[in-house]
Design a protein around this ligand. Sequence first.
Ligand SMILES: [Ca+2]
Ligand SMILES: [Ca+2]
Length: 434
Amino acid sequence: THRAAHGQVVVWGLFLIREGARGPVFPQECLSHQQVLSTVRQMQKLLSAQEAAHLQGTRSLKKDRAGLPSSVVSICPSTDTCPQLAVPLNGRKLGRSARVGHDVHFICNAGFQLVGSESRTCRRDRTWSGTQPFCRSIDECSSNPCANGGTCVDGNQSYTCLCPRGWSGASCQSPVYACRCPQSHPHNSSFSRQPRCAEGRPGSRHCSCDVGFQMRAGGVCQDVDECQLFQPNPQTRICLHDCLNLPGSYGCLCPPGYVLHADRNTCEDVDECSGNQHNCTHGELCINTFGGHRCVRPKCPPPRHNTSYVKTSSFQCERNPCPTDSRACRLAATSISFHYLPLQANRTVPRVLFKMSTTRFVGDSLRFTIIGGRGQGVFAVRRSDRQTGELVLSSPVVGPATLEVELEMSEFSRKVLLGKHIFKVTAFVSQYEF
Ligand SMILES: [Ca+2]
Ligand SMILES: [Ca+2]
């Protein structure tokens, strides 16, 4: 073919340049078959001769090189070297010199640990310092990484802990309480799921559970009961009120009268009064309380001993003017006010609930006393300044409870009573501490 012919021309070209000294033969026209064969044979002979010469040269080089060590040894006295050290299996030796004063170092391949001397020095007595090291496969379990009786399984540069029942986590460090659900949901498979597994290197398989699940014996992912786990302990409590275990998670529950706060943990009182969710009738007043509400109807006392009262506001009664000759009326309270205090159970004490003073102070002294009411035992009064008194909660109250206390503030001028004010206080204590 044309291509074949072209290749021949190239071969010819090479041949002519190399053999130019012998007298080039310029082809005048197309070569005969015989001529081509003859030329190729000549080329083969020439190349074979060159190959033989090359091999001869290589052999003599090899011989020279083989002779080198012995010539070096003959130059350097053998008394200055230590015996050659072996390369540890699965490791490397760094430094080739075995001469006195020289060091060699050993390192191990990944996954192996050097046991023995990391470095050895050729000493004057032609012995090596230290001991011959070897590379041992790293046993990830040798440090006993599994807690709580977990079984360690050594892997490729890693380990796996097989946790006993009741424990989970990479090192079996997390306690897991038995789920209380199986009795109530024996067939609810959503509390146990199959793990997600991924094939890694040949023979290795990594399985994991969804968030909120943990691997159990048998390779099944079981829901973690966060409620059992964290709720009973005040330090780890996750819900302010009640906890509901859910597959893979949990939820917090609030008692009636409360809504779950945006933080998903605490309970917030529903203000039934402002939200018009109350059942108070016309003429009753709605008082919002923690966990509920109350309907109240403050009433002025009925007329008695020439003394009568009139309602001046929703929460206040004022004494009507007294007949000129009625001492009883003049000694009766000039005003009666009503105070409703929503209170959470078990609040810390002492706690100031209420302050009282007069805006029309004309005398020279005020006296504050508790004059009655149920639940007086948990209250006390004290003066906070010259014309102000405080009602103080002095002991914690267990709810639910309704406590009433009646306070009197008497105003004197030169020890003569000028007037009395009565404060009727009602505290609505919730069932819960919120
Ligand atoms: Ca759960
Ligand atoms: Ca409420």
